[in-house]
Every structure is written in structure tokens, then in C-alpha cells.
Write a protein that binds this ligand. Structure first.
Ligand SMILES: Nc1ncnc2c1ncn2[C@@H]1O[C@H](COP(=O)(O)OP(=O)(O)OP(=O)(O)O)[C@@H](O)[C@H]1O
Ligand code: SF4
Ligand SMILES: [Mg+2]
Length: 348
């Protein structure tokens, strides 16, 4: 089975007067139909750029310099703007941190919803309006039939984000990219919004790429999680394994524990230091200056994602494991049990 979304060796660059900054370097992962992939990592790790590349909203001068992005087997990273706009409405929905970036202040929410529906689905204007009322009701907006004629500023922040979720799902996309969808909202309603996104996507079989700083949200919501560091994927795997048996020392630090090859984690203090700037990424493993388990080669050779238990980790500690034949009683083949099945692109 091929993945719904495949990101292959994605490289994003920013040309500057002092040379080219490489913000995403060789990022590869996939999302299966209906799956929720969480994406975590500290500020500047490249989470939003990855999302923006997928939905075709990378802001110049940022540009995709290498790699490809496929949706249902079709390349979407090189489409003309007009075609990409159609993909964005119809096949990929987007939810951003600030609901106001997705809503036009000059139009009622009903008009915006109905417009999206008639543009992408085979419906008349009056059918679309009825569907818009349904969508608002499904997203938990009380008195949807009246509220549909209100303008975005007449809604509270949380209600506005519900409208944005309704808008993102209006054309029944296969994938929703949600970038910190609750960060701008009141803490008391964050969980409700995540719960709503999760429920609606599950009901519709929509896959989600959920970018968040909140490991609690990931633990509750995601099937798999990708941990990003300095523009690369450091680790990717089933959410329970990444949380409880982190295989990359950076992930282990994030989870407050030390990894060991047998998968047992011990408690640990925080990670010293900070993530490098784009113009100062060290050679070898980008994490090496902060890594307590650094090997000699870590300062010279950059590790690719290697099989590590049920996950993949870009860390030389797993080289021996990756090369060794697997014992019959040992852990499953890396990709087994993952939605991608074995031989997905992460092992490439
Ligand atoms: N227009 C730009 N010019 C130069 N560098 C940029 C530009 N936009 C983003 N970057 C850099 O790209 C890197 C990745 O940024 P990105 O926004 O993807 O991070 P993020 O993981 O989403 O962080 P956050 O958690 O703060 O949202 C950062 O180092 C950022 O400074
Ligand atoms: S590759 Fe080396 S420096 Fe990087 S995380 Fe693994 S052990 Fe640490
Ligand atoms: Mg971001």
C-alpha cells in the first residue's frame, strides 16, 4: 500500500547575502490514509517549514531546493500556483495557530464556507449553505443556523478556530495540516479543539499532520510521531515507543530519559545547550555538541535514519543494530506494525 503523503529527501533553502541557509535537509517521512502524525521539536527545528512546503505556502525567498512531495502518488511540490490552490482547498486542509489568518474579515463565515464547498464539490449554492450549517454544528458552534451569517470578529478565539476547522474540512480533504492549532487559544479550550480535530478527522478518515510543542497532545492524539532537530528528522516511530523507548538521545532528552539499546529508559536531567542556528550547524550529527553518548564519528559523519526497534533514528548508536540480522524472538522488523508496512521510504 502506498502512503497518502510522501515527503522524500526534502530540502528547503533560504538564499541570503551571506550565502545559502539550509533550513530543511533531507527530510523524509510518510503519512498513511487516516493516520495522525505528530511533529515535535524545539522552536526553529523546521516543523512549520515542513508543513508549509506540503501545503504549497512556503514564503519566498524560501524554496524547495531538492526532494519531492507526493499526495496519493502524485507529485505536488512542482505544481503551478493555480493547480496547487485547488489541491490546497480540495485535498489538503490547513489549520494555523491564528484562526484569523485563515478567515477573511470582510465575509460572513457562512459565505466563506459555502464558497469553499461550491468551488470544490459538486453542490449548488443553497446545498452548500445547508452543508455549511451542518459543518458549523458538527464543529460544536451553538445556534449554527444563526451564527452562519456572522462575521469572524463576532466569534471568540475558540469558536473561530472551530470555524477554521469546519473550513479546513469543508471540501472533504484527505489530509489536514494543523500547525500549532491551539497555541493562540485559551488554555481551557485547547483540549476541546484538539479533541474536535481528532474526532472529526477520525469520523471522516482524514489524515492529520499535527505540529505541536505539546507532548501530552501528541501522546493523546497521534499514531506516530516525528521528532525534528535542526532541520532534520531525528526520530520517527509509533507514538508509545517514541515516548517510552526513545532511540535518539535528543528524543530521550525531550522525554527526560536516557535511551539504551535494549529499549529501557532511565530518568535524566535536561539537555544542556541549545539547538544550533542554521548558519552554524556542526558537521556530522547536528546534535553532537549536546550529546552525552557521542562517538568519534559523530563529529564527522551525518547519520541517516536507521532502524531502531520499532522506530527509525538518525543516530550512529543504531548502526550495529541496523546491520545485524534480527533474532527470531527480537523486536519486529522496523517497519512492521507501522501503518506503512515494511520497506516504507523511511528505511531508504
Ligand atoms: N524567511 C526566512 N528566512 C531565513 N530563515 C528562515 C525564514 N523562515 C524560517 N527560517 C528559519 O528556518 C528554521 C525553521 O523554521 P520553522 O518556522 O520551520 O521552525 P518551527 O520548528 O516551526 O519553530 P516554532 O516551534 O518556533 O514554530 C528556523 O531556523 C528559522 O529561523
Ligand atoms: S549520532 Fe552520535 S552525537 Fe548524534 S545523537 Fe547519536 S550518538 Fe549522539
Ligand atoms: Mg512553527
Amino acid at each position: 500500500m502506498s502512503a497518502l503523503l510522501e515527503v522524500r529527501n526534502l530540502r528547503v533553502e533560504f538564499p541570503t547575502r551571506r550565502g545559502t541557509l539550509c533550513a530543511l535537509d533531507d527530510v523524509s517521512f510518510s503519512i498513511q490514509a487516516g493516520e495522525v502524525l505528530g511533529v515535535v521539536g524545539e522552536s526553529g527545528a523546521g516543523k512549520s517549514l515542513t508543513g508549509a512546503s506540503i501545503i504549497g505556502l512556503l514564503e519566498p525567498p524560501g524554496r524547495i531546493a531538492a526532494g519531492e512531495i507526493l499526495l496519493a502518488g502524485r507529485r505536488i511540490d512542482n505544481l503551478p500556483d493555480e493547480q496547487m490552490r485547488r489541491v490546497r482547498g480540495r485535498e489538503i486542509g490547513a489549520v494555523f495557530q491564528d484562526p484569523l489568518t485563515s478567515l477573511n474579515p470582510l465575509y460572513t463565515v457562512g459565505r466563506q464556507l459555502a464558497e469553499t464547498i461550491v468551488t470544490h464539490l459538486d453542490m449548488s449554492w443553497s446545498q452548500a449553505r445547508n452543508r455549511a450549517v451542518e459543518l458549523l454544528a458538527e464543529t460544536g458552534i451553538p445556534a449554527a443556523r444563526e451564527r452562519i451569517d456572522h462575521y469572524p470578529h463576532q466569534f471568540s478565539g475558540g469558536m473561530r478556530q472551530r470555524v477554521v476547522i469546519a473550513l479546513a474540512l469543508a471540501a472533504e480533504p484527505k489530509l489536514v495540516v494543523a500547525d500549532e492549532p491551539t497555541t493562540a487559544l485559551d488554555v481551557s479550550i485547547q483540549a476541546q479543539i484538539i479533541e474536535l480535530l481528532k474526532r472529526l478527522c477520525r469520523e471522516n478518515g482524514t489524515a492529520v499532520m499535527l505540529i505541536t510543542h505539546d507532548m501530552g497532545v501528541i501522546a493523546e492524539t497521534a499514531d506516530r510521531v516525528a521528532v525534528m532537530y535542526a532541520g532534520r528528522v531525528a526520530e520517527i516511530g509509533p507514538v508509545a515507543d517514541v515516548i517510552h523507548k526513545p532511540r535518539h538521545p535528543y528524543t530521550a532528552g525531550l522525554m527526560g530519559s536516557i535511551p539504551s539499546l535494549d529499549g529501557h529508559a532511565e530518568r535524566l536531567v535536561q539537555i544542556d545547550g541549545s539547538m544550533p542556528r542554521l548558519n552554524a550547524i556542526p558537521p556530522g550529527c547536528a546534535f553532537n555538541p549536546r550529546c552525552g553518548r557521542r562517538l568519534p564519528r559523530c563529529t564527522q559523519d551525518r547519520p541517516e535514519l536507521l532502524p531502531a526497534g520499532t522506530s527509525m533514528a538518525a543516530c550512529w548508536l543504531h548502526e550495529a543494530e541496523a546491520a545485524a540480522p534480527r533474532a527470531p524472538s527480537g523486536p519486529a522488523t522496523p517497519q512492521e506494525g507501522l501503518p506503512g508496512g515494511k520497506g516504507s521510504e523511511e528505511s531508504a
